[in-house]
Ligand binder design. Structure first.
Ligand code: ZN
Length: 73
């Protein structure tokens, strides 16, 4: 009976480990579940990008450092 309990715990841990693996894999891909990602346009070229990836400048947000330098010399 004790071995059955130990086996059940190991099986549960293995199942949880397997269940957490694809979740971690999809985290690198664009997030679809969870809160919607705020998209903001680049002040220079107008491309929309996630707010967390934007480069903050004096005049606005940019998609990259190069566009920030072009708009704000
Ligand atoms: Zn840009």
């Amino acid at each position: 009976m004790r071995y059955l309990l130990i086996f059940a715990v190991i099986a549960l841990l293995a199942w949880r480990w397997r269940a957490s693996r694809p979740e971690r894999k999809s985290a690198s891909a664009p997030k679809q579940n969870g809160q919607p990602m705020a998209m903001i346009p680049c002040h220079q070229c107008g491309v929309h990008l996630p707010a967390q990836d934007a480069v903050e400048g004096k005049l606005g947000s940019y998609c990259c450092q190069d566009h920030r330098r072009q708009a704000e010399p």
